[in-house]
Design a protein around this ligand. Sequence first.
Ligand SMILES: [Zn+2]
Length: 295
Amino acid sequence: MQLEHVNVFKNLESLTKIRQREVFCPIAKVTALNTPLIAADDLMLKTTMSSVAIYDKELSKIIYNHTEFPEIETNGTRIAFEQFIENISYLDRQVLLWGIFDATYGTLGKREISCPFCANKFEDDIKSEELLQPDSLTAWDLDQSFVEYTFMIDEIVDIPNVYKLQFIAQLPSIKKHLDVLTLLTTDQIQNNFDNFGSLFSKVEELSTVISSIKVFKTIDDERPDTFDKLKDIYFVIRKFLLLSITSSVLQKFNNHFAKFIPSFKKPYTCGECGKDFDFRVDMEINLFRRFLETE
Ligand SMILES: [Zn+2]
């Protein structure tokens, strides 16, 4: 590198700095700085979109590349990708996506809004800042960190030799999500995507939030059989769990953690019927949508 270039590079660096966006990861409870996507991300985003099998991991890398933690990364240190995915929750990931989106684009562009109460349709240019409402983020307020906190879900089965199934549930980290994906073949992921419109079916969804399954043979079984390896948990859920139990456990999990799910939305009052409603936005979908629009 030529010496006279160093100063120019320093000056150019401030280009990405002025567009930085500070966000608070509500679950990991840490402040992050998101930097805008740059031209070099173009290929990475395209590669990400071309294959569902590598999608989640590549997107997590992009998020990592554009996230700094000023409270932790002092004196020029950088947390490793592994630390990042282990200690940041999958819900925080959505907030970081919002930060990157806001730093990069700032606006969703013109969107058609439909009133859910009447036939009224109108257009609006939605700024990403407007999607963060006072109740959009709820900070983690439980005794232990999200990595340690567990929630017990019991399902009484009451068949011979199986009285009860006990599920130990946790909010997943980014890593847990990636680990579950590695259990699937490319075909399975593609199949899920074609059938459910997401990378995960209920089986995988449940596997990401369960850290242990105990099988009680009787009502007072003191030594229940325990599965606490992801591979075994996934196998049990996939092979033996009735859809009704899977749905029930997921429902109880969602009810317990509902308030922590970030909601990106812009409130409107319909000009025709006068009713209030929220226009809800998925940041992941919108990041790719905007990327394709502005390409
Ligand atoms: Zn209306």
